[in-house]
Design a protein around this ligand. Structure first.
Ligand code: AHG
Ligand code: MN
Ligand code: MN
Ligand code: MN
Length: 334
């Protein structure tokens, strides 16, 4: 079997015209992203030995206590992407406002990232990840927060790295989804999954059941029917998984199908869900659609939401198309 590493793969993409085709600047960007994530992975691998576990004692703009690794991963990505020569600015879960690369407003790309996804799992040695979304720089002067407020369907690349039993990078440029596994000895990512596909049907769902009492009626009805199993209206048994790292839960959906939900609920009407549109929901929705799945906020396609704020939240329902469409229909008839 011939071995294709990430660089080989990116080179082939530069020869494609149109869908899935990329330029030399994108190659540099993705190589830098992969290399930084390889270093983040090495830190995670050492854990307590590297003294990187536990809280940083600070809060981010969303009022979450930052873990040391949230801050370390964020700083590593900011530094390495600024040095690529192709990134004009970055925005992150861990920054109040965007971080323009001073004097480089004419560079072609903007990057949004969730540097460390699944923070609550860091200290318990459960899979975590990094999520990223690449946008074209609108190149209309200074880089401000507004420069990043582009709908998800304009993304030119999206991906994540999952730090699990294996470290894997999953990537799309708008022509299918490709998975790479980190070979630590060779210090490179190797292509291990081509054109990943999410099955239309599934018997597996992911939701944080502890929020059940807060859900709106359509979500209550949908989950209740799944839980009734074979003797209920769905006529089959469903299994449940909740890792509490979006990257790991979505990776499972991309690998063996499923539906993943983090719906808005009745607790705080000013918070439409927990997950963030720009650096969690949008990149994951791009990947899911490219793998033949569906992604919505229970009412509309996530990739069509016009963003108003860097850190805005949204409901997320994604994965196997027939299940996601059922959730949509329950909301339409409510
Ligand atoms: P982050 O660690 O980047 O703040 O994201 C956490 C998110 C997401 O990864 C996961 O799906 C969800 O929070 C878990 O929420 P619960 O704590 O409600 O399970
Ligand atoms: Mn967080
Ligand atoms: Mn996250
Ligand atoms: Mn995070």
């Amino acid at each position: 079997m011939t071995r294709t590493n990430l660089s080989d793969f990116l080179n082939v993409c530069t020869t494609k015209q149109g869908k899935g085709g990329i330029d030399a600047a994108m190659v540099v960007l993705i190589e830098a992203m992969a290399d930084t994530c390889r270093h983040i992975s090495a830190n995670i691998h050492k854990g307590a030995l590297a003294g990187i576990l536990g809280s940083a004692g600070t809060e981010n703009v969303q009022g979450e206590t930052q873990k040391q690794l949230d801050v370390i991963a964020n700083d590593m990505l900011l530094e390495s992407l600024a040095q690529t020569g192709v990134v004009a600015g970055m925005a992150s879960e861990e920054l109040d406002d965007c971080s323009p690369v001073r004097g480089c407003e004419d560079r072609p790309y903007l990057v949004l990232f969730d540097p460390l996804d699944g923070s609550s799992n860091i200290d318990v040695n459960v899979s975590i990840g990094t999520i990223f979304s690449v946008l074209q720089n609108p190149e209309n002067g200074l880089i401000t927060n507004e420069s990043f407020l582009q709908a998800g369907h304009t993304q030119v690349a999206a991906g994540y790295v999952v730090y699990g039993p294996q470290t894997q990078m999953v990537l799309t440029f708008g022509d299918g989804v490709y998975g790479f596994t980190l070979d630590r000895e060779a210090a490179e990512f190797v292509l291990t999954a081509e054109r990943m596909q999410i099955s239309e049907d599934t018997k597996e769902f992911a939701i944080n059941m502890s929020n059940q009492r807060h859900w709106y009626a359509p979500v209550q009805k949908y989950i209740e029917e799944l839980l009734m199993g074979k003797t209920g209206p769905r006529g089959k048994d469903f299994n449940m998984r909740w890792i509490a790292s979006m990257v790991a839960d979505v990776h499972r959906v991309l690998t063996r199908g499923g539906i993943f939900m983090y719906p808005k609920d009745q607790r705080d009407p000013s918070k439409p869900g927990k997950l963030r549109l720009m650096y969690e929901a949008n990149p994951m929705s791009f990947l899911v659609e490219q793998a033949g799945g569906t992604a919505c906020d229970a009412e509309t396609r996530i990739l069509d939401i016009e963003p108003l704020d860097l850190h805005q939240r949204c409901s997320v329902v994604l994965g196997s198309a027939n299940e996601v469409n059922r959730v949509l229909s329950y909301h339409q008839t409510a």
